[in-house]
Design a protein around this ligand. Structure first.
Ligand code: PLP
Length: 479
């Protein structure tokens, strides 16, 4: 039986089983595949996992509790969970050249929480225990425990500002990290849009953070992690990198030397579902001195592990160790650069004037639009993107003045640089034909816009034609 038939048979059978219990869910699953096949997906944080990854998730591992870590569980009967967790961790270590890997985090946020609390346990809790000659927190007096809790809540973090492309989990108030840490941000040089390493060093020297965070979700350039580690060492900070967005480029050896965070950071976190192309989830890599603290992630901040997702992570990490993945990673960047060049040639304003990675940030003020207006207009034309702040954004974090576009998903689908130029043309046509709208009182609106529906339909048709040559999940036929 060919692989096409095996995958189609697997999915048809699975949906038939679901349909016997709740047909609406089976229909929604099938409809989701149809929607994904039909959309020009330029969301920088999304991808398409392989059928092997997806199938590894739908099984009886989901039924198992396995709190603890490999070989040290709070539940009996975990030998098969131990097997998949060990395989996933081994692939992660080998893929990234890291001394230790922890593959339990359920998401990127969870991976960051594991990292933050591993750092706090190492830098704050362990010295307090030593000082009190206590083996563990339960041995502390009420007074020492109170003092330790106050100390844990009184630490500093330095991370990239949100409008420069940092992430909410890097110490911002709406997220738990901002409630845990006293946070200060570093940003980019207004003239170039690039990280201002001299200003960062100065801020670090003044602020003296316990944790220096590198990594981003909307910065279109390489980051020099050697310099960040030097700065961390100068001020006695633990250096953490959140490579959630660009882990695939590290895995595929597009980012090497100073641009590979793994040799430089004390601790690295990532999601597994963005450019890495695995299941939804997270993982943590670290130096040996933090390994014990990281392995306490469950039950420290995580609930029971998701063994079915760890199985899928193992499959995805095995895929990323294949030579073809390096080729995929390079094509992601080639495509992003072709998309950027196509936009620039058409006069579109880009933050930093281009890209070194998988994402491009369009400055929508060049079209007289907010990010929100641009995002919705593109959606009307079948182009799925998301709005994003740009440095010194005049429209705030809700309406924004940017559109973030990324190439991991379309690259998985097989689109190449020629199609990126066509994509740039579609985007430019929509945005240049969209006009800002007015609210009910006639005042300018940051949300309303005017786009001729006939034009939107024409672009959506062109997007369909572009995608038709690159079928998504070609081996899956749901009938
Ligand atoms: N870290 C960064 C840099 C991200 O971009 C994201 C998600 O967008 C996360 C963490 C959070 O990941 P998750 O949604 O899996 O919790």
């Amino acid at each position: 039986m060919s692989s096409l038939n095996a995958e189609s048979t697997a999915y048809r059978s699975a949906l038939d089983v679901v349909r016997t219990v709740e047909p609406r869910v089976a229909d929604a699953i099938a409809a989701e595949l149809a929607d994904q096949r039909a959309s020009l997906k330029l969301i920088a944080s999304e991808n398409y996992a392989s059928p092997a990854v997806l199938l590894a998730m739908g099984n009886w591992f989901s039924d198992k509790y396995a709190e603890g870590t490999i070989g040290r569980r709070f539940y009996a009967g975990c030998r098969n969970v131990d097997t998949v967790e060990a395989i996933a961790a081994e692939h992660a270590r080998e893929l990234f050249g890291a001394p230790h890997a922890y593959v339990q985090p359920h998401s990127g946020i969870d991976a960051n929480l594991v990292a933050f609390w591993a750092i706090l346990a190492d830098r704050v809790e362990a010295p307090a225990l030593r000082k009190a000659q206590a083996r563990q927190v339960n041995d502390l007096t009420e007074e020492d425990w109170f003092a330790l809790r106050r100390e844990l809540g009184n630490q500093r973090m330095l991370g990239m500002s949100l409008d420069a492309g940092g992430h909410l989990t890097h110490g911002f108030r709406p997220n738990i990290s901002g409630k845990m840490f006293d946070q200060r941000s570093y940003g980019t040089d207004p003239a170039t849009g690039l990280i201002d390493y001299a200003a960062l060093r100065q801020t670090a020297k003044e602020f003296k953070p316990l944790v220096l965070v590198g990594g981003y979700s909307a910065y279109p350039r390489k980051v020099n992690f050697r310099i960040l580690r030097e700065i961390a060492d100068e001020v006695g900070a633990t250096f953490m990198v959140d490579m959630a967005h660009f882990a695939g480029l590290v895995a595929g050896k597009v980012f090497t030397g100073d641009f590979d965070p793994v040799p430089y950071a004390h601790i690295v976190t990532t999601t597994t579902h963005k450019s890495l192309r695995g299941p939804r989830g997270g993982l943590v890599l670290c130096q040996p001195e933090l390994a014990d603290q990281v392995d306490r992630g469950c039950p420290m901040v995580l609930g029971g592990p998701l063994p079915h997702v760890m199985a899928a992570k193992a499959v995805a990490l095995a895929e990323a160790r294949q030579p073809t993945f390096a080729d995929y990673a390079q094509r992601i960047v080639d495509n992003a650069q072709a998309l950027a060049e196509g936009l620039l040639r058409r006069g579109v304003r880009l933050v930093t004037g281009g890209t070194d990675n998988h994402l491009v940030l369009i400055d929508t003020t060049g079209f007289g639009l907010t990010g929100r207006q641009a995002e919705q207009a593109l959606l009307d034309a079948g182009i799925v993107t998301n709005r994003n702040s740009i440095p010194q954004d005049p429209n705030g974090a809700w309406y924004t003045s940017g559109i973030r576009i990324g190439t991991p998903a379309l690259t998985t689908r097989g689109l190449g640089t020629a199609q990126m130029d066509e994509t740039a043309d579609l985007i430019n046509t929509v945005l240049s034909q969209t006009k800002p709208g007015v609210g009910p009182d006639g005042a300018p609106s940051k949300a309303k816009y005017v786009l001729d529906p006939a034009l939107a339909d024409r672009i959506a048709k062109q997007a369909d034609e572009l995608l038709a040559g690159f079928p998504l999940y070609p081996s899956v036929d749901l009938g």
